[in-house]
Design a protein around this ligand. Structure first.
Ligand SMILES: C[S@@+](CC[C@H](N)C(=O)[O-])C[C@H]1O[C@@H](n2cnc3c(N)ncnc32)[C@H](O)[C@@H]1O
Length: 228
C-alpha cells in the first residue's frame, strides 16, 4: 500500500479485522495506540509521508526528531537520506515496532527512540535541525500547544514541519472527537514563537484510496524555520 494511504488505512484495518478501533476519547491515550500496535500485522505502509518527502528532500541532512513516529516509516526514510533521527511516540509498542523496522532497514545505527507525550513534551536540552510530526491530532485543539512545545526543540536555522488532516467530508465516518482534532495549517500559527519565519501554511490535496474508492483529502501543512 502506498504511503499516502496510511491514515485512511488505519480505519480500514480495524474494520477488516473485526475489532473496533478506538474512536472516542480513549483514542488520544497510549493504551489505544499500544493496542493498535499489538499483533503481527503492520499498521502503516512503511512508506514516507508525501509532505515529508516534498519538504525534507531539499534540506541538508542533520539531526531530526519525528514526533508521533508510529512504526517509523518517516524515521527510516530520513535516516536513509543521511539524517540522524530520533523517533518519538507515546506508544511503547509503536516504538518497539519502529526500532525493529529500522533494524531491518539497516539504519539502526542512525536512529534512536524516545517515549514522550507530545502534549507535555519538553526538549530536555536537546535540539534538532528538523522537527517533524505527521497526523498527530491531540484533542481540544491541542495541536497549537504541541507546536509551541515542538518549536522549542528546533535548533537555530532549523525547520519545523507539521502535517495533519484538514477536516473534510472525507472523514465524515469518524467520531466528532476525531474530526474535531483535525486542523488547518493556519490554526497552528499562534503556536509559533516569534523567532520563526513561516515558509508554508496551506492545505495540500492528496489522492488516496479507501475501501477501493479513490478520494481526495487535504494535508494541512505548516513549514517554518527558526531564525539563525
Ligand atoms: C495517525 S498515527 C501517525 C503515525 C506516523 N506519523 C505516520 O504518519 O505514519 C499517530 C501516531 O501518534 C502517536 N500519538 C498520538 N498521540 C500522541 C501524543 N500525545 N504524544 C505522542 N505520540 C502520540 C500514536 O501513538 C501514533 O503512533
Amino acid at each position: 500500500m502506498a504511503g499516502h494511504d496510511r491514515h485512511e488505512h488505519e480505519h480500514e484495518r480495524g474494520n477488516e479485522h473485526g475489532h473496533s478501533d478506538a474512536d472516542g476519547p480513549e483514542m488520544f491515550e497510549p493504551p489505544a495506540w499500544d493496542e493498535a500496535y499489538s499483533g503481527d500485522e503492520a499498521r502503516w505502509s512503511g512508506n514516507p509521508n508525501a509532505q515529508l518527502v516534498a519538504e525534507a528532500s531539499a534540506l541538508t541532512p542533520g539531526t531530526a526528531l519525528d514526533v508521533g513516529c508510529g512504526e517509523g516509516g518517516d524515521v527510516i526514510w530520513l535516516a536513509q537520506r543521511g539524517w540522524r533521527v530520533t523517533g518519538a511516540d507515546f506508544s511503547a509498542n509503536g516504538l518497539a515496532r519502529a526500532a525493529e523496522h529500522a533494524e531491518a532497514a539497516g539504519v539502526a545505527d542512525r536512529t534512536d527512540w524516545w517515549q514522550v507525550d507530545a502534549r507535555t513534551f519538553a526538549p530536555d536540552g536537546r535540539s534538532f535541525d528538523l522537527v517533524t510530526t505527521h497526523f498527530l491530532h491531540p484533542p481540544d485543539h491541542g495541536m497549537v500547544h504541541v507546536v509551541r512545545r515542538l518549536a522549542g526543540a528546533v535548533a537555530p536555522g532549523g525547520h519545523l514541519l507539521v502535517v495533519g488532516h484538514a477536516p473534510s467530508a472525507a472523514f465524515a465516518h469518524l467520531s466528532a472527537s476525531h474530526r474535531d482534532a483535525m486542523f488547518l495549517a493556519a490554526d497552528l500559527l499562534p503556536g509559533l514563537p516569534d523567532d520563526f519565519e513561516v515558509l508554508v501554511v496551506e492545505q495540500r490535496p492528496r489522492t488516496t484510496v479507501r475501501d477501493g474508492e479513490t478520494m481526495e483529502v487535504h494535508d494541512s501543512t505548516l513549514l517554518a524555520r527558526r531564525l539563525p
